[in-house]
Design a protein around this ligand. Sequence first.
Ligand code: SAM
Length: 213
Amino acid sequence: MRLRHKPWALDYMKEQSSIYIADPSTLKGNWSSEFKNTNPIFIEVGSGKGAFITGMAKQYPDVNFIAIELFESVAVTIVQKMVEEPLENVRVLTVDAKDLRDFFKEGEVARVYLNFSDPWPKSRHAKRRLTYKTFLATYEEILPKNGQIHFKTDNRKLFESSLMTMSAYGMTFDWMSLDLHANEPENNVRTEYEERFSALGQPIYRMEATYTN
Ligand SMILES: C[S@@+](CC[C@H](N)C(=O)[O-])C[C@H]1O[C@@H](n2cnc3c(N)ncnc32)[C@H](O)[C@@H]1O
């Protein structure tokens, strides 16, 4: 993602404390108090500008959604969208996925979404892929037993390497498509990248993977 630095982003987000959680470690084990309900919590790791998470939140009002985005200059767009159109069931965090254990207790997250994660094509960068085994171990800890990752990408090589790391981790695959838009499920919520790559005629790959712990 091309990143335009927005030095005002953090101050702006901090003013929107009903949307942006500046210190999420204070809510570890206590997210239900933040949402004021006990609905399941789904997180999207690498939310970008938030088309997916806001679309999902509208489609599933009885689910709580948390956007995890590394960069403030990107996440601020999600916050701006929600200032214009408030959604009670979405919160935004600017944290690194590798630290998720600091913000969620075991089993506190009901599902993890990964959409169009950075592919890191060079093998020496494989450890940075969000489906590398260390990330899989982090998600496993915050998910319940037999938790799921739902994953979409346009990148065939990332899809294949993710199948391999997940399979080696002992995960099973319950749903898979090598061309999601050829027969697009009615409830599919497209992400920004998904729209972009689909418009270029590229197939979109999708899978649902389950931990067998
Ligand atoms: C290629 S973009 C895709 C954005 C969006 N999911 C979509 O499909 O349109 C990947 C996003 O993941 C974020 N990201 C990458 N590594 C991350 C990490 N370790 N923790 C949180 N976010 C991360 C990037 O900043 C970027 O916004």
